[in-house]
Design a binder for this molecule. Structure first.
Ligand code: SF4
Ligand code: SF4
Ligand code: SF4
Ligand code: FES
Length: 955
């Protein structure tokens, strides 16, 4: 049961603007048309008993507990399914109703274990509450009749139990799986007395289609579906609202605690990004935060071939400061730099870039957004004027045509995917542009109208062809363009697009997508009342990532699909705070708020506030840092919460660069792959140990609240302050709220943001939030683009430099899976491994047959950069000529084979296109054997008590 504020209105809120007035128990009530009688009563404090109704689900009307009497109507209608009508006179409490309700409860209770005192939901059970409310004192039928009390529990899911003996068959779980999650994994099997909840075809939960989102657990009014942590630990004693630290959806959760231990994470119904929903990661996979692999003591060593030495915080910081000073004295001011993490808070990111600019004295700061959404920042800035998505998630509920390009939200942004699927079930059309047949193409009750199954690397060609159809068939919006955009840029772009090379027929030859499908999809998008484009890393992680982003913005402007709800250009940001880390000035050329370091007015403002002199030259990007390290000019790195060895392309180049450096400082919660090349390890804190903010893909700044003290004794921001101070640049913040105040004072789009303001506005604010928009900005570019007039820019297609040939005839593309997250450092330390315990290589049956590869065979994958070995998964999800893998396990070496090819504008790596050859093999690759030896050695270098030999799967 998931009710945050304790009030469950029974049925969802009506969105009608027409009001009706009626009388309930003698009280005049006025509610929006379409409100149920149950909700109308509850809104005025009159609670009608209920069991099958809950306000997160549509009314179902099965339990018959909520009956009422309506003047002039026969019988006793269910208040949950009866809409309130003007003039109705309703009684919710009469002797007859009391009789009926007691009778209903008697039937339920006669088939329910009477073990309330030992039940995990004792005190938090709606059945128990309703028995009390209806005044049940006796069960006339006794307890000895036919019943379900001996049914076995299904404990197969690692996170929750299904205890069929407690099920009252209210159907709430089934509806939650359908309406909230959209997976349709549950049904009520059997009829009458025999009816029971069934997962898929009467399978155990773990074997079924269930994706473990927990929506059914939240909806269950009894202890039938209960979190195992609640069964083991009992219910929480206190709670705090915080924000998920996994993906860019930014779901709000109530962390229920016992002392300093989390009992469960309950999705917040008032959370504006998730509206009470969650996915398996945020809902259940938080055990990593207390995993025994956590590193809790600072450590230093002079060489990576030395064992670690545990030291005090002071010694670690002083050692780092002296090393950085030594390196700068020897190699120059620009020989060190820092990396901001998109997993850390805005406040932490801001401090790291400030440390680099003010204390290191250069602009050598970059962030992991470099390797995911840096093309979004560039492409949207130059066309629309702001480096961010244009909408709220809720906006999709007003879209008529949804275009998903290079994104798999069902796996990477699951809670938003559920919302998008809800809209599609309501009738919105769907166009998917993806080399793979993802869950967005076909899943229960979702079927894409068009799936443009293009060859990886041809996004720009497809986007141009869509534009070609729109312009050649005059489906664009000339009035919008004339009023809102630079008309000269449009004319130039129109001329460029209408060249024959951009026609669907020409692009069919490049992309493999039939011209007619391109035409039909373009017409569908352009003719939509509201057409919205959502895109992900399948757009950005290409040599022409920025070009595709620009092309998408061109499409939206040409069709007038921008500047209102239901439309827009919507990058699905990867990590929890990738938007925020970019906003905070983590790129080497930009100060907070995307202001260029070369701008003297901006610099003067920061110099005055920070009391320092800023370098006007942009610093090094991550790949330039590696190159400079190999050249012997970049020798020191402070890396907070990022695992570049596993996440960046061309692993062998990265590790060679790190081996060339003299002082690498890693601040993290685990001894990650990068830490194995480090000289200083500073223990980090998990999101449960932090105060601060994350900014999600909708520009929503949400509070992150500390629910337990930092396990290593210091918050990440405190450590950055210590390092700055030790370097001679004192930082003396007392609380992250002071850091946000400083951010607000220096960043025009954040002027109105403070922890207090966020709390006042219900926990989150969408930037820009300033005098012009004191409550934030849900939809951007209304009336006018941030840059004034929207700018069309030509997007010429160039084939990827990663060419297929006889030696490397296949294209490897990479992506994510629902249960694991990125480098897997967190999810691999949870029971999520039950769903995905290794990265596999998806191969089309024809390609497998040609090479004699069978399901589960070991397959060697060679690229121009390197070689690794994975097991084969033969599937038609990929097309012939394309292979696919995830990259969640370090030993997979997925990035050993990705190359240094990158986006022309931002250096975002081209993870999505690598030319490879594959063949059956019988042993790991040379790289994997070397990795295993190195890994074993590095783990032995940490002291026994700090690194357990085996990392157990957390609860
Ligand atoms: S956990 Fe989610 S997917 Fe699984 S059965 Fe429950 S609602 Fe459906
Ligand atoms: S499992 Fe819970 S929600 Fe589902 S039918 Fe049974 S009691 Fe209702
Ligand atoms: S959708 Fe993203 S933010 Fe929400 S619970 Fe899942 S991982 Fe966390
Ligand atoms: S609550 Fe209305 S019928 Fe169950």
């Amino acid at each position: 049961m998931n009710q945050l504020n304790g009030i469950d209105y029974g049925t969802p809120k009506s969105k009608s603007e027409n009001l009706v007035t009626l009388e309930i128990d003698g009280i005049e009530v006025t509610v929006p048309q379409g409100t149920s009688v149950m909700r109308a009563a509850a809104e005025y404090g009159i609670n009608v008993p209920k069991l099958c109704a809950t306000d997160s689900l549509e009314a179902f009307g099965s339990c018959r507990l909520c009956l009422v009497e309506i003047e002039g109507r026969r019988g006793y209608p269910a208040s949950c399914t009866t809409p309130a009508e003007a003039g109705m006179k309703i009684k919710t409490q009469t002797p007859k109703l009391a009789d009926i309700r007691r009778g209903v409860m008697e039937l339920y209770i006669s088939d329910h274990p009477l073990d309330c005192l030992t039940c995990p939901t004792n005190g938090n059970c709606e059945l128990q509450d309703m028995a009390g409310v209806v005044g049940l004192r006796d069960v006339r039928y006794g307890y000895d009749g036919e019943n379900h009390l001996k049914l076995e529990k299904d404990e197969s899911n690692p996170y929750f139990t299904y205890d069929a003996s407690k099920c009252i068959v209210c159907n709430r779980c089934v509806r939650a799986c359908e309406e909230t999650q959209g997976t349709f994994a549950l049904t009520i099997d059997g009829r009458g007395f025999a009816s029971r909840v069934s997962a898929s075809q009467n399978e155990s939960f773990i074997e079924s289609e269930c994706v473990s989102c927990g929506a059914c657990v939240d909806a269950c009014p009894t202890a039938t579906l209960t979190e195992k942590t609640v069964i083991i630990m009992g219910q929480g004693e206190h709670s705090k609202i915080t924000t998920c630290a996994y993906c860019g959806v930014g779901c709000s959760f109530k962390a229920e605690m016992k002392g300093n231990e989390v009992v469960r994470m309950v999705p917040n119904p008032d959370g504006k990004a998730n509206q009470g929903h969650a996915c398996v990661k945020g809902r259940f996979a938080w055990g990593y935060a207390t995993h025994k692999d956590r590193m809790l003591k600072p450590m230093i060593r002079s060489k990576i071939t030395d064992p670690w030495k545990e030291v005090s915080w002071e010694e670690a910081i002083n050692y780092t400061a002296s090393e950085f000073k030594r390196i700068q004295a020897k190699y120059g001011k620009d020989s060190i730099g820092g990396l901001v993490s998109s997993r850390c808070t805005n406040e932490e990111g801001y401090l790291v870039q400030k440390l680099v600019r003010a204390a290191f004295g250069n602009n050598n700061v970059d962030t992991c957004a470099r390797v995911c959404h840096s093309p979004t920042g560039y492409g949207l800035k130059v066309t629309l004027g702001e480096s961010a998505g244009t909408q709220t998630f809720e906006s999709v509920m007003k879209s008529d045509v949804i275009v998903v390009i290079g994104a798999n939200p069902a796996n990477a942004h699951p809670v938003f995917a559920s919302q998008m699927k809800r809209r599609i079930r309501q009738g919105a059309k769907l166009i998917v542009v993806d080399p793979r047949t993802t869950e967005m193409v076909k899943s229960p009750h979702v079927q894409a109208d068009y799936h443009l199954k293009l060859m990886p690397g041809t996004n720009v060609a497809i986007v141009n062809a869509l534009a070609y159809v729109i312009l050649s068939e005059k489906l664009h919006k000339p009035e919008f363009i004339a009023e809102r955009c630079e008309t000269a840029s449009f004319a130039e772009w129109e001329h460029f697009i209408l060249q024959e090379e951009n026609s669907p027929e020409a692009v069919e030859k490049i992309s493999g997508v039939p011209a007619e499908e391109i035409r039909a999809a373009a017409r569908m998008y352009a003719n939509a009342k509201n057409g919205a484009i959502y895109y992900g890393l399948g757009v950005t992680e290409h040599a022409q990532g920025s070009t595709t982003v620009i092309g998408i913005a061109n499409l939206a402007m040409a069709t007038g699909n921008i500047g209102r709800e239901g439309v827009g250009v919507n990058p699905l940001r990867g990590q929890n705070n990738v938007q925020g880390s970019c906003d905070m000035g983590s790129f080497p050329h930009e100060l907070p708020g995307y202001r260029h370091v070369s701008d003297s007015t901006t610099r003067a403002e920061f110099e005055a506030a920070w009391n320092c002199v800023l370098d006007p030259e942009p610093g090094l990007r991550i790949p330039n840092m590696f190159d400079a390290a190999m050249d012997g000019t970049f020798m020191g790195l402070y890396c907070q919460g990022e695992d570049i060895v596993q996440s960046d392309p061309d692993t062998q180049h990265v590790t060679s660069a790190l081996e060339s450096m003299e002082c690498i400082v890693v601040q993290d919660i685990f001894l990650n792959e990068t830490a194995k090349y480090a000289h200083v390890f500073l223990p980090g804190s998990s999101f449960l140990e932090k105060d601060g903010t994350f900014t999600n893909a909708e520009r929503r700044i949400s509070r992150v609240r500390k629910v337990m003290p930092p396990k290593a004794g210091k918050g990440d921001w405190e450590v950055t302050c210590m390092l700055a101070t030790a370097l001679g640049y004192p930082m003396s913040y007392k609380h992250p709220r002071e850091i946000m105040d400083e951010i607000a004072s220096l960043t025009p789009t954040f002027t109105g943001v403070s922890f207090k303001r966020i709390d006042e506005l219900g926990g989150s604010i969408q930037w820009p939030c300033n005098d012009a928009a004191p409550e934030g900005t849900p939809t951007m570019h209304i009336g006018e683009f941030v840059r004034g007039k929207g700018k069309f820019i030509d997007t010429k297609y160039f084939g990827s430099g990663e060419k297929v040939n006889k030696k490397f005839p296949l294209i490897l593309t990479t992506g994510r899976i629902l249960s694991q997250y990125n480098v897997g450092a967190q999810t691999r330390r949870t029971a999520n491994n039950m769903w995905h315990s290794e990265d596999r290589l998806e191969i089309h049956p024809q390609d497998a047959l040609d090479r004699g590869i069978k399901q589960n065979d070991w397959v060697g994958i060679h690229s121009r950069a390197g070689e690794t070995v994975l097991r084969a998964d033969i599937t038609e999800n990929v097309q012939p000529g394309v292979v696919y893998t995830t990259f969640h396990f370090p030993e997979s070496g997925a990035n050993v084979i990705t190359t240094s090819s990158s986006d022309w504008a931002t250096n975002c790596p081209e993870y999505k296109v690598t030319a490879v050859q594959i063949m059956p093999v019988s042993q790991p690759s040379e790289w994997q054997r070397t990795y295993n030896r190195f890994n074993t050695q590095q783990e032995s270098f940490a002291s026994e008590q700090m690194i357990p030999k085996e990392s157990a799967v957390a609860k």
